[in-house]
Structure formats: structure tokens, C-alpha cells
Design a protein around this ligand. Structure first.
Ligand code: COI
Length: 364
């Protein structure tokens, strides 16, 4: 089951907090990103090498006000989770190697030196190992790990920095959209664009998220949960939904927009496609126009829409507002494909189901 994980903390400089903040956290009412664990991991890049990672009390970093990461957005991040084993009390990371690979790809696009994948996974494991008491025991909840890598050099010319900071913080979380099974309403964004061909859409970089805030606020004032981003050229093709990738169950096939450089290559997206393949459900990764979705819905061929992401897990979508009209799906029900995927993923993540793919990595 899973890959054997080692997380010897002796390769890290560990400074423990005097008193843990865990007792004051209401684990029965976790949100997403409101509370953080006691420690964080920090390493710096100087003279072509990473410093020995320090696991230190979670707190403010000292950063130059001229840091290139702050001014010009030379900054990338990741998101992954550690899960409590419901039946065996083991802690598992889910596909941290895929986050390491995506971080490396984001780093390449932003001219940032990437930690090598083994070091990345070992660093995450070491922090989780120190924070093991913070991993929530409840199915669906997890310890969310947020690795961040930014240009720390203070300089004002627009150029890649010569120094960087890598920091990993951890937060016990519930699912991003709250109550399991609540179906979301999306609005297809007609005016603004998240990513354009040749841009940074497939990188997990700060600027991609900053650019979505203004449209997100107005969409949320109109009562929608999320934006469905359309392609930057014509605003005709579905791309991704805010914090997750999006899937359309049309007739007997699940269609998801293909990764053409403008879409984030989600680890959950990749896992959903693998599960569907295993279950014999045809999948297509291709361009999918709003017209096609609208027509399929009109003919009763649109069976389900759902989103998938690390923070979001797998969530049903019941409505997409597009050009003044609603594209609706049947309300989510027990036994839907979305629910089946949710259960299968959580089952593996929490160690309740066999891990055929060796997706999990045990933290010792
Ligand atoms: C994740 O799913 O880990 C994400 O990065 C989404 C996040 C921006 C909330």
C-alpha cells in the first residue's frame, strides 16, 4: 500500500514552539485556511544552493520591501494534503510527486530554481511528521500543505532574482466549498480572461490568482459560487472553474478541457481521469464549446457537471449561467458519478480502499 515514506527530521533544523496552539482550534468547525499549525518549514536559495531546511514556529517572515517576488510576481506555489488513515491511523500524502513535478514546471516558467522532487517530498513529510497531531481525524478533512517559493532578492530591475525563499505552511482544513454534496452555481465569464495562449495559465503562480479577484467579486455579488473561465481568444470554450478543473458528463463520456497551456494541470484532474479509465467510462480531453454544452443540456444529454481540485475535492455543479441563460444539470444524487469519484478518492486518501496506483505516500 502506497510508497514507503521516510521523514527523518534530523536533516532539518527543528525549533519547536513553546506551547502548541492546537488546543484552541475548533476541529468540529474547520473552514479553509483560517487556522495554521504551530510550525512551518523554511529554506533559502543563495549562491546556487538551498540552505538546510528549518522547521520553526509559524510566524512572519522577514522580507525585503524590494523583494522581486512582491513587485513582479516571481512566485509559485502548490497545494497538497495529508490525510488521516481512518482504519489504521497512518498519515498519507496524496501524490506529492505530482505536486513536485508541477512545482518544477511552474518554476521553469517563472525562472525560479526548483527544489528537486525527492527533497520536496521529504520536506513536506518532515513538516507533517512534526505536525502529526494537527491532521484532522475526520473523513473529508485534511492537513492542507501550502508550499510557496518566491523571489526574495531586493532589487528593482525586472529580471530573475538571485535569492529565493521556499516556505511550507500547514493548515487543518475542511473542503473548500464547505458542506459535502452542495452543488455549485457558476457564471461563464464573458469579459475577463484568466489565461491566454503563451501566458502563464498552466503555472501555479500568484499573478494568475490576483487577476481573477475582480471578476470573482462581482460574480459572487451576483450570487454565483465560482467563475467558469472561457478561452482567452474567443470566449467560446470552457477552460477551468476558479479553484478547480471542470468535467462534463455527456451521454456516456466524460469530457474535460484539454491542457493546452492555459489550464492548470490538476493532480485531482489526473486522478479522476485515471479512475474513469479504470471503470471503463470513456473520457475525452478536448476543446468543449459553450454551444455544445448548451445543446447537450437542451437535448437532455448533459448528465452531470463537476469540478475537481485538491482544495475542492470533487464537487457537483448544477448550473452555469452563460450569456443570460442557464445551463442546468439534474440535482446531484446518491450514486452520481461525481459522488462515486468523491468516495473513491477519499477512500484511497484515508486508507480505506486499496491504493492500486500507489498514489499515497506514508508519513512515518
Ligand atoms: C488547491 O486546490 O490546492 C488550490 O491551489 C486551490 C487554492 C487556490 C485554494
Amino acid at each position: 500500500m502506497g510508497k514507503g515514506g521516510s521523514s527523518a527530521t534530523d536533516q532539518y533544523l527543528l525549533t519547536r514552539v513553546r506551547e502548541s496552539g492546537r488546543e484552541s482550534v475548533d476541529f468540529d468547525n474547520l473552514g479553509f485556511g483560517d487556522v495554521f499549525t504551530d510550525h512551518m518549514l523554511v529554506s533559502d536559495w543563495h549562491d546556487g544552493a538551498w540552505s538546510t531546511p528549518r522547521i520553526i514556529p509559524h510566524g512572519p517572515l522577514s522580507v525585503s520591501p524590494a523583494a522581486l517576488g512582491l513587485h513582479y510576481g516571481q512566485s509559485v506555489f502548490e497545494g497538497l494534503k495529508a490525510y488521516w488513515g481512518i482504519t489504521d491511523n497512518q498519515i498519507r500524502l496524496f501524490r506529492p510527486d505530482r505536486n513536485a513535478a508541477r512545482l518544477a514546471a511552474s518554476c521553469e516558467r517563472l525562472c525560479i530554481p526548483a527544489p528537486d522532487p525527492e527533497t520536496f517530498v521529504a520536506a513536506i513529510s518532515a513538516l507533517v511528521s512534526v505536525e502529526r497531531n494537527w491532521v484532522p481525524r475526520v473523513r473529508g478533512q485534511a492537513l492542507y500543505l501550502r508550499p510557496l517559493l518566491f523571489a526574495s532578492e531586493g532589487h528593482l530591475a525586472v529580471r530573475p532574482a538571485q535569492t529565493y525563499t521556499f516556505v511550507v505552511i500547514a493548515a487543518p482544513v475542511s473542503e473548500y466549498f464547505g458542506r459535502t454534496g452542495r452543488a455549485l452555481s457558476l457564471k461563464a465569464e464573458e469579459r475577463f480572461t484568466r489565461a491566454a495562449p503563451g501566458g502563464t495559465g498552466s503555472a501555479k503562480t500568484a499573478g494568475n490568482y490576483a487577476a481573477t479577484l475582480q471578476p470573482m467579486l462581482s460574480t459572487s455579488c451576483e450570487g454565483f459560487d465560482q467563475i467558469l473561465w472561457l478561452d482567452g481568444r474567443e470566449h467560446r470554450f470552457a477552460e477551468e472553474a476558479g479553484q478547480m478543473n471542470v468535467f462534463f458528463y455527456l451521454d456516456d463520456t466524460v469530457v474535460t478541457p484539454d491542457l493546452g497551456g492555459t489550464i492548470l494541470p490538476g493532480v485531482t484532474r489526473e486522478s479522476v481521469l485515471a479512475l474513469l479509465h479504470d471503470w471503463g467510462i470513456p473520457t475525452e480531453e478536448r476543446r468543449l464549446s459553450m454551444d455544445e454544452i448548451q445543446q447537450a443540456a437542451g437535448k437532455g444529454r448533459l448528465r452531470e457537471i463537476f469540478g475537481a481540485g485538491t482544495a475542492a475535492v470533487v464537487v457537483p455543479i448544477m448550473r452555469i449561467h452563460h450569456l443570460g441563460a442557464d445551463i442546468c444539470c439534474r440535482p446531484p444524487k446518491h450514486g452520481s458519478l461525481c459522488a462515486r469519484l468523491y468516495d473513491a478518492l477519499l477512500g484511497v486518501q484515508h486508507g480505506e480502499l486499496p491504493d492500486h496506483y500507489q498514489w499515497t505516500y506514508r508519513v512515518t
